[in-house]
Design a binder for this molecule. Structure first.
Ligand SMILES: [Zn+2]
Ligand SMILES: [Zn+2]
Length: 143
């Protein structure tokens, strides 16, 4: 049994070929969207479909094998790094995403000014800006 198979089975899922291929694609490309994962998986399993990739990503998210993040105006992105309440830096120019470690290391790392009596589980923070490449490229150009 491969390491990937163990990971999938330990999460309570059957280790199908499609699931193993999606997991492998995710390990190689954190913060990939379903379309990018589909393109990778298709090289291994030409008969796969974007719908089955969506289904597998849904299963992974449900059992905690993957985390789904949804930056505004972007398709949902998936990553293997789960459960550590880390945050993201997203470039408005090219869409590149970087992980940012949670400042205090435990969720939730931020305290809202008014928690309305909630028991808080996590805080999801997206920092928006321009990466070094995009800030150089757009310097002086409007828009
Ligand atoms: Zn950029
Ligand atoms: Zn991340």
């Amino acid at each position: 049994m491969t390491g990937l198979e163990q990971v999938v089975r330990r999460a309570g899922l059957k280790a199908t070929r499609g699931r193993l291929a999606v997991l492998q694609a995710l390990e190689g490309a954190p913060h990939a969207d379903a379309e990018a994962i589909y393109q990778t998986v298709r090289q291994q399993i030409p008969t796969t479909s974007i719908q089955s990739v969506h289904n597998i990503l849904g299963d992974f998210t449900r059992v905690g094998l993957a985390r789904r993040i949804e930056p505004a105006h972007s398709p949902a992105l998936y990553e293997r790094r789960v459960g550590d309440n880390h945050h993201h830096l997203v470039c408005r120019g090219c869409g590149i995403v970087h992980d940012v470690d949670c400042v205090v290391g435990a969720a939730p790392c931020l305290t809202p000014s008014d928690d309305h009596g909630f028991q808080l589980a996590e805080a999801e923070v997206t920092f928006w800006g321009l990466c070094p490449t995009c800030s150089t490229r757009t310097a002086g150009e409007p828009g």
